[in-house]
Design a protein around this ligand. Structure first.
Ligand code: ADP
Length: 602
């Protein structure tokens, strides 16, 4: 089988993405490689395809148990024999896997770096025919990376100790030069083929807002993104807890994750999120490195991170399946002060001299300045990031909140008049949420008790989504038409009078997050039905939903509506193996759905 056949048979894809082929070809010709690609670019395929084509076994060094588990799950679904050896297994399980490996059963095994220095493991490896050692998340070898893991320093000695040197591949999404140099020397790559792909993730939309109240803004986004899977990052455990309490009390589908939770709870919460039983995880940056959840479709930063590398890595966890995804940063409040505090009070690192410590501090302050500049929203957000990573880009991207301002705008005068007049008519000042409820015509206890349902504008915007009304209010606040008192209650600014009384019009830019995504050709009802089926199948086999098929694959099914095996196999992400396991169930639903439609039409 050639590489194209392997890609199609095991992974269900018809073409390689940028960089993949070059890396695969180099490995197949026996050359070491270093692949630097952004999160979601498809690094795994780069070592998995050659691993399947080489004679012996590939050993993948991976930093996290959850990452190994996910990858092995995914490989098994594609019909590839693979396993991991780590502390989550019992001794018997480990021995069983080792026996099978020696019998040549596996093509790929995953191990943690710590294991490489164990004698037992070494003697096991010396009996294997290892064709490749692959180092995933290779930046962990560098002190200059943001996830230094000392055990990664064992890798070089391990490779050198093997009787026959296998080809070595290293992959990372961290692009700074220093880290790249460390990867080559500390892992001992020999004249590697270096592939650094473009860092642009075209399917990601970037937005920065400076909300008056981050909690309210967050809830608005969650309303807007309801039904989608997302991550909310905060800078402290305390904040995670606070937001989690607030949101779960208000019945949002949320779970939480941070290093202060005990291991079992962390594990459980992560599973709830991965299996789509909770839509959103509220987390610190402890969450994510091992997570390959391809249907994460938004990442909101409640706090600004300390540097662009961290931001892009975390935001980049959205949209891995290639569908349009949103990356939102809520900037303001104490964000800068918090990051400065982290820099001035670093974790003790005794291996550094005073001078080095000072250097690190300066480096971090510079990085923070760049992050603040990004957050100011003065520049095209995408291009700012790409330039930061050394790409020569100019002009505007038209897919971020800075660019959209100039790209499209709508007349919102009528909405402004209704909102301003509502604020004027209530006797006492009310919060944005209450004003939105009045305009939407919601008869809550509060509104009825206070008689606000008799205000003349009650229900005047009942055809708009409540979250939309709140977004309008935010915009008018941002632009000086409305003010808030310390309790968040609204009052009108002088500027609003011209709109109410002198016919002044207001146009405002449309944020991409508000635009209905263009899914005209996707049959939404069918898409939902397919999702329900996927959930059932996933439950039965105790797998995360997206391992069965990703959202992107389901969306294609709901667009193309295949009716035969042949047509079904043409959908991106469908392999023969997966067809055998799941295809008939999905075909059944698609056929039934089409028949229902015809019947209704008649
Ligand atoms: P990374 O490790 O670089 O973050 P992954 O290896 O997890 O990214 O790949 C991200 C997603 O892209 C996965 O769902 C993967 O199956 C998909 N993918 C990889 N290569 C291709 C390809 N050639 N065509 C289509 N999808 C691909």
């Amino acid at each position: 089988m050639d590489k194209y056949q392997v890609l199609s048979k095991y992974f269900g894809y018809s073409t390689f993405r940028e960089g993949q082929e070059r890396l695969i070809d180099a490995l197949l010709s026996g050359k070491d490689v270093m692949g630097v690609m952004p999160t979601g670019a498809g690094k795994s395929v780069c070592f998995q395809v050659p691993a399947l084509m080489m004679k012996g076994i590939t050993v993948v060094v991976s930093p996290l148990i959850s990452l190994m588990k996910d990858q092995v799950n995914a490989l098994q679904q594609c019909g590839i024999n693979s396993a991991y050896i780590n502390t989550s297994l019992s001794k018997e399980e480990r021995l069983d896997i080792m026996r099978k490996a020696l019998a040549g059963y596996y093509k790929i095994i995953y191990v943690a770096p710590e294991r490489l220095s164990s004698e037992k493991f070494y003697s096991f490896c010396s009996k294997l025919d290892i064709s490749m050692v692959c180092v995933d998340e290779a930046h962990c070898v560098s002190q200059w990376g943001h996830d230094f893991r000392p055990a990664y320093l064992n890798i070089k000695a391990f490779i050198e100790s093997l009787e026959r040197r296998p080809v070595v591949s290293a992959f990372t999404a961290t692009a700074t030069r220093r880290v790249r140099e460390d990867i080559i020397s500390l892992i001992g790559l020999y004249e590697p083929e270096r592939v650094v792909t473009g860092f642009d993730r075209k399917n990601l939309y970037f937005e920065v807002i400076r909300p008056a109240d981050k909690d309210i803004a967050l809830k608005r986004y969650l309303d807007l993104f309801s039904g989608r899977s997302g991550i909310v990052y905060c800078s402290s455990r305390k904040r995670v807890e606070e937001l989690y309490s607030m949101l779960s009390e208000e019945k949002y589908s949320v779970t939480k994750y941070h290093a202060g939770l005990d291991k079992n709870e962390r594990q459980l919460n992560q599973e709830l999120f991965i299996k789509d039983e909770k839509e959103v995880v509220i987390a610190t940056n402890a969450f994510g490195m091992g997570i390959d959840k391809s249907n994460v479709s938004f990442v909101i930063h409640y706090n600004m991170p300390g540097d662009i590398e961290s931001y892009y890595q975390e935001a980049g966890r959205a949209g891995r399946d290639g569908s349009a995804a949103d990356c939102i940063l809520l900037y303001g409040g104490r964000d800068v002060a918090i990051q400065k505090y982290f820099i001035e009070n670093p974790e003790e690192n005794e291996s550094l001299t005073d001078e080095q410590r000072n250097q690190v501090r300066k480096l971090k302050l510079d990085k923070l300045d760049r992050m603040i500049e990004y957050s100011s929203g003065k520049y095209c957000l995408r291009h700012y990031i790409l330039q930061y990573f050394g790409e020569a880009v100019t002009g505007r991207c038209d897919n971020c909140s800075s660019c959209n301002g100039s790209a499209e705008s709508v007349d919102v005068t009528t909405q402004a008049q209704k909102i301003f007049s509502c604020i004027k008519r209530v006797k006492e000042k009310e919060t944005a949420e209450t004003v939105a409820d009045i305009l939407k015509g919601i008869e809550s206890d509060y509104i009825v008790t206070k008689g606000l349902n008799t205000v003349k504008t009650f229900g005047a915007m009942n055809d708009s989504a409540r979250s939309q009304i709140l977004l309008h209010i935010d915009y008018f606040y941002d632009h000086g038409y409305i003010d808030r008192d310390t309790k968040g209650r609204l009052l009108l600014e002088k500027k609003s009078e011209a709109v109410l009384f002198s016919g002044k019009r207001i146009r405002r830019p449309v944020q991409k997050t508000e635009r209905k995504q263009n899914r005209a050709s996707v049959d939404i009802r069918l898409f939902s039905a397919l999702k329900v089926l996927r959930k059932e199948l996933a439950k039965k086999s105790s797998l995360p939903d997206f391992i069965i098929f990703t959202d992107l694959t389901l969306r294609q099914m709901a667009t193309v509506k295949p009716v035969s095996e042949k047509e079904f196999l043409l959908i991106e992400g469908v392999t023969a193996e997966k067809y055998k396991k799941y295809g008939p169930f999905f075909l059944n639903i698609i056929k039934k759905h089409s028949a229902d439609k015809i019947e209704k039409a008649e």
